[in-house]
Design a binder for this molecule. Structure first.
Ligand code: ZN
Ligand code: ZN
Length: 270
């Protein structure tokens, strides 16, 4: 079933013309509990992983297998995030054990689906994985939407808009941050789903600010962000990946699209 996010309930750029330049597109993945195969795009589903390649292990917990988090076939998503030349498959894994400096240690792989050949079965997830760190298998329903910066609005601009944000909320019931700015949930591109002050990383190789690749979120939105609930999901209890990342925050993956090998780093809400 497709998922359709309703348009913003008020015209953001008419009310706040200063935010027009902070408009971005993002692909909401809308993960829903299901039975994806390794040929499908998924959250927490089996990966199309070549038998000839070893299954990745956590660098901090040698011998402990990573778990599949996201797999995206390029043909399943709107053309927003450029895939590297020759690649049509994005795979993200992480180690679900406790780490001294964060909840998970993610790894990003790009590959050609046609070059995978014989497929390797994933080892079972570590029995001592942290609560809510292994996503439940979900199929995805990618949808391109637009959004506006939230935590990424510069302080001076936020100060200048604050009174108008409040007035609009009093008049319409819609809060800029929760209902009008960034799309909640797991998504490709667009703005990271920060719940706190942004911490955009710089590329470890070339030093330029990195691009947001993927947000993996604990929750898809829910009542507090009801303006983002897809039409098809109104009044429905969502069965999603059931992740618990920090205080129901997210993990944000960034990449440098100009350096060879596309270095990636991650951030998370503490
Ligand atoms: Zn680990
Ligand atoms: Zn770089």
């Amino acid at each position: 079933m497709t998922r359709r996010t309703p348009p913003r309930p008020v015209n953001v750029e008419e009310l706040f013309p200063e935010l027009a330049s902070y408009r971005r597109e993002t692909v909401r993945l809308h993960p829903r509990s299901g039975e994806p195969t390794c040929r499908d795009s998924s959250v927490g589903g089996p990966l199309l992983w070549p038998r000839r390649e070893p299954w990745p292990e956590c660098p901090e917990h040698p011998g402990s297998p990573m778990v599949a988090v996201v797999q995206i076939h390029r043909s399943d998503v709107p053309d927003l995030v450029p895939f590297p030349d020759g690649c049509d498959l994005l795979q993200v894994l992480w180690c679900p054990l406790h780490h001294a400096h964060g909840w998970v240690v993610p790894q990003v792989r790009w590959r050609s689906a046609a070059a995978v050949g014989e497929v390797r079965q994933a080892p079972p997830a570590p029995a001592d994985a942290g609560y809510g760190q292994v996503p439940r298998p979900c199929v995805v329903h990618p949808e391109l939407v637009h959004e506006y910066a939230s935590w990424d609005v510069p302080y001076e601009l936020w100060d200048a808009l604050d009174d108008r944000f409040e007035r609009v909320e009093q008049e319409t019931g819609w809060d800029y941050q929760r209902h009008l700015s960034t799309a909640p949930g797991t998504k490709l591109g667009g703005y990271p789903g920060w719940c706190q002050d942004p911490e955009w990383p710089h590329c470890p190789d070339c030093g330029t600010p990195m691009e947001h690749l993927l947000t993996v979120a604990s929750r898809e939105g829910g009542d507090s962000r009801r303006a983002w609930t897809p039409v098809e999901d109104r009044g429905v209890r969502l069965e999603g990946p059931d992740l618990v990342l920090g205080d129901l925050g997210g993990v944000y993956l960034f990449e440098c699209r100009t350096c060879p090998g596309r270095p990636s780093v991650h951030r998370f809400d503490a």
